[in-house]
Design a binder for this molecule. Structure first.
Ligand code: MP5
Length: 216
């Protein structure tokens, strides 16, 4: 079993809780209130924007054979920002209407700290886990949300064939990095896998509750 499959098995109870989060179920069933969905849109827009320097900071640590694919990830992130802007305009959401929430702020700091301070294999673990989490999460939504929904373009983005292929590519590369890593680095990769899973769960919870900041 490759590293990714091994970790997905290890964190399965957490992963399953993430996939059954009420935010995803309500979105799938068309029951999510528009203002709740708008919370997620505003926050994820900021997250995707922050993912650009995260990937950019990984490039100097990456083996040269990964440069092109990482550059491709950056281009895809710019396209995603445009998808958010298009949907926000279509449904009347002000994307810059809120600062990062507490959880989003923490997750963004975690991404950047990982890219700057952790090894390449560890940062790649975070990238894979976040992308796989979104692929699986939006696949839950796909399994029920009508194609005519105003939210369907997000399903197409993260649960479509192109994204599935990208996640598969990341999985193969992650497995190769883990196979080359020593036991201590592999253990740290496993830790990053679990931490990222927890941040992903926290992100849905933040969107569902419209979480504020301490002292608000
Ligand atoms: C992703 C995302 C997917 N947009 N937001 C969160 C909280 N986790 C993962 O990443 P990308 O880079 O938008 O495909």
């Amino acid at each position: 079993m490759g590293f990714a499959a091994e970790q997905l098995t290890r964190v399965k109870p957490l992963w399953d809780r993430m996939l059954s989060h009420r935010f995803l179920i309500e979105t799938r069933d068309g029951r999510i209130p528009d203002d709740r969905f708008a919370v997620w849109m505003r926050q994820d827009y900021l997250f995707v924007e922050a993912a650009i320097p995260f990937i950019a900071a990984m490039i100097p640590k990456a083996p040269p054979k990964h440069w092109e694919s990482l550059a491709g990830v950056i281009s895809a992130l710019f396209k995603e920002l445009k998808l958010f802007e298009e949907r926000a305009q279509a449904v009347g959401v002000h994307l810059r209407g809120a600062p990062p929430s507490f959880t989003n702020h923490a997750y963004i700091q975690f991404l950047l700290a990982t890219a700057y301070r952790a090894s390449y294999a560890e940062a790649y673990t975070v990238l894979y886990t976040a992308e796989k989490a979104y692929y699986d999460s939006w696949s839950v939504v796909k399994n029920g949300l009508p194609k005519t929904s105003k939210w369907y373009p997000f399903v197409e983005n993260w649960a479509g064939e192109a994204f599935a292929g990208y996640v598969q590519f990341l999985e193969g590369e992650l497995n190769a990095l883990a196979a080359e890593a020593g036991p201590a680095e592999r253990a740290r990769m496993a830790e990053y896998f679990e931490l990222t899973t927890k941040y992903e769960m926290a992100f849905w919870e933040m969107a569902a509750t419209g979480e504020g900041w301490p002292g608000d």
